[in-house]
Ligand binder design. Structure first.
Ligand code: PLP
Length: 445
């Protein structure tokens, strides 16, 4: 059923919407018409405070003129150029700028950059690089990929194979041999924690168990989100990532951090790699890379991983992988302008300044009806609600719709509400988010 009699509502039939209950949505659509700074405006003219930076991507706030101008300049100078066996300067310039700011410690930065078009493409690229690396160093039996329960790594066949969300997996075949660590969510021991929880580092030993089960010589890489976002904000227990790194080292397994949401300042450091002081071999990014303005992803690899593949005859393509839009000129222009904004406004460390106020405000919601856990790190919060009897997810969905109607965009996964506001947020926005969410939670009771 369509709602064609509302003002400014387009015909809704043809667009098959992603990750959406299409029929439910089209019966009562929520449409955004414009955006500026911290706010969207809906098609019926209401101002909606963006509690989610779009989908974890608009870190510098909406409608940044500098990005728009850079993209326009680029499109009227060089709109597109082939990316295979050809190059264009802006892609090299952007990679150099990213390399200067790459994740990892001085002297061991992951400063080799492969461009993709999205987070999903970054993940599949990283998995393929890992397998190709193992083969290049004479470890061709290592093709198995390890992910984690409740992990989200996009929707490519590689990403869903290492991902751990059953709804994304059950209909589709997966890469043979992929396996999973247990997730680290343990509200019985770790409820209402600010930052990293105390309990659960030992869950990293699952990787030892998988090595014992499959043999290290079959495992190419292990991929985890340093902080899992899409599955409801799961923060790594203290010591967990360090332990995972040590086990990978022990067994020649590459460690991949999927930083599609944690990259570019979400935790108050440029990357989660820096925040946790644990350096993986490969980092995947997208989203905040271009402030969400133009689709793009980037995979950062260590020198050893990159250099192992730069072998053999010089005339030979080293990695049979790439996209038409790898290093797209307009996306690179958006990315360079985004990096300028991040630098000029110190946005990649701004979450560190805001986090105390943010955590205080969010944890102040403790005790509201049906709230069973609140967890915060950087400028992220997860608020878990008790599911309604026989209708998992329904309570949080109702809160989501209610918030939207009252002027706040939140994100829900199951019965977990996730917040990740733009990094330009001021204290007043934090207060408004908490006030509006608190009212919605009281109404939901
Ligand atoms: C950790 C992580 N990896 C990968 C992706 C997939 O990114 P995209 O939707 O751009 O393909 C997401 C998207 O939310 C993500 O959160």
């Amino acid at each position: 059923m369509n709602v064609h009699n509302r003002p400014n509502t387009p015909v809704l039939d043809s667009y098959w919407m992603p990750f959406t209950a299409n029929r439910q949505f089209k019966a009562a659509p929520r449409l955004l018409a414009s955006a500026e700074g911290m706010y969207y405006t809906s098609t019926d003219g209401r101002r909606i405070l963006d509690g989610t930076a779009g989908l974890w991507c608009v870190n510098a706030g909406h409608a940044r003129r500098e990005i728009a101008a850079a993209v326009e300049r680029q499109l009227t100078t060089l709109d597109f150029a082939p990316s295979f066996q050809m190059g264009h300067p802006i892609a090299f310039d952007f990679a150099e700028r990213l390399a200067e700011n790459a994740p990892g410690p001085e002297g061991a930065k992951l400063d080799r950059v492969f461009f993709t078009g999205s987070g999903s493409e970054s993940v599949d690229t990283a998995l393929k690089i890992a397998i190709a690396y193992q083969r290049a160093i004479g470890q061709g039996t290592r093709t198995r990929l390890i992910g984690r329960e409740r992990g989200y790594h996009g929707v490519g066949f590689g990403g869903i194979s290492v991902g751990g969300l059953v709804n994304n997996r059950r209909v589709f075949p997966q890469l043979a041999g992929s396996d999973h660590l247990r997730h680290t969510h343990d509200p019985a021991r770790n409820a209402y924690v600010r930052g990293q929880p105390e309990h659960g580092a030992e869950l990293a030993d699952d990787l030892e168990r998988l090595v014992a089960l499959h043999g290290a010589e079959t495992i190419a890489a292990c991929i985890v989100e340093p902080v899992a976002g899409s599955t409801g904000v799961l923060i790594p227990p203290k010591g967990y990532l360090e332990r995972l790194r040590a086990i990978c080292d022990r067994h020649g397994i590459l460690l991949i951090f999927d930083e599609v949401i944690t990259g570019f300042g979400r935790l108050g450091m440029p990357f989660a790699t820096d925040y946790f002081s644990v350096t993986p071999d490969i980092v995947t990014t997208a989203k905040g890379l271009t402030n969400g303005a133009i689709p793009m992803g980037a995979v950062f690899t260590s020198r050893p991983v990159h250099d192992a593949l730069m072998q053999g005859p010089e005339g030979q393509i080293e990695l049979f992988h790439g996209y038409t839009y790898s290093g797209h000129p307009a996306a690179c222009a958006a990315g360079l302008a985004t990096l300028d904004i991040y630098r000029d406004e110190a946005l990649l460390t701004r979450a560190a300044l805001l986090q105390d106020a943010w955590h205080d405000a969010m944890h102040g919601l403790k005790g509201l009806p049906h709230v069973i856990d609140i967890r915060t790190i950087g400028l992220i919060a997860g608020i878990e609600l008790a599911p309604r009897e026989g209708a998992p997810g329904a309570r949080a969905y109702d809160v989501f719709v209610d918030c939207f109607e009252k002027g706040l965009l939140i994100r829900v996964t199951g019965d977990i509400i996730a917040f990740s506001p733009p990094l330009i947020a001021e204290k007043k926005h934090i207060e408004d988010i908490v006030a509006m969410l608190g009212d919605a939670l009281r109404r939901a009771a």
